[in-house]
Design a protein around this ligand. Sequence first.
Ligand code: TA6
Length: 296
Amino acid sequence: MADKLDSIHNIDKSIYLAEGNARMPKIVMAHCSGSSAEMYLHGAHITSWKDSSGVEKLFMSNLSDFNPSCAIRGGIPIIFPQFGDGALPKHGFARNMDWELIKTSLNDDGVLTAIMQLVCSDETLRIWNHSFAIKFVVTLNKDSLALKLIIKNTGSLFFQCQTAFHTYFSIKDICSISAAGLQGSRYIDTLRNMAELTDEDSAIKFTEETDRIYLSTPDELHILDGDKVITNIRKRSMPDVVVWNPWIDKSIRLKDFGDNEYKQMVCVETGCIKSQVQLLSNEIWEGETILSSKVM
Ligand code: TA6
């Protein structure tokens, strides 16, 4: 499969298909500045984003499985059509399905784009009886990675869904990390019986398991190490933000996650969770998150 796709979409040394872990096909994007990204066809799952200085910005668990039956642990899982637990498999099925690479491009400024697609099938209709088509547009530039989801209702009936980028950021030490930009936002604390609270702090710091769904949030957030911004997050039409660190006990319970790996990661996830995507027949929703390693 990789060979066939390679001949269609390969852009010499800039975007090409390679064999990843467990011989699963992945797309490699190599920007002329030295930045790069890698994305598996399985789940259209980005597992690496390095900025132009070669710093790996995403966390990947050393214990992640690479097999068709489960999600990759780390990187940027795509959550659709359900966030969290519910009637469907947890976090939906998009992260467990093989997507199709439908387009690649390199523009005159050296910006690289890869477009992946997931269309409803008998398998998805058995799980979630709605017709849809999703495009995932990944754009790599010198020090930014833009992620865009375009969801179309291809059926005749209305549907609503949840969707998010469940992004795992690589950090040196969770104890010196904070997430800023959510002060004053309401959030649901999933660890305190789904209580809805207001965050009064100027930044979220981590001293215990943290699992909060922030609602209708500002469109610019920062991850800081000490007082230095290490990653800037800008978003459009993705009002909700989940901030998660499993801390000690949950890390031990996760079989594909090292007991001490909570120290090297933080999830800041952008999406539509409480504010669901609502689409009439043939309507389209589009949402975008832009990660950058320099404050824009
Ligand atoms: O986004 C936070 C969360 O919902 C946590 O509750 C935790 O379960 C995490 O997602 C990982 O979920 P997963 O199904 O990938 O193990």
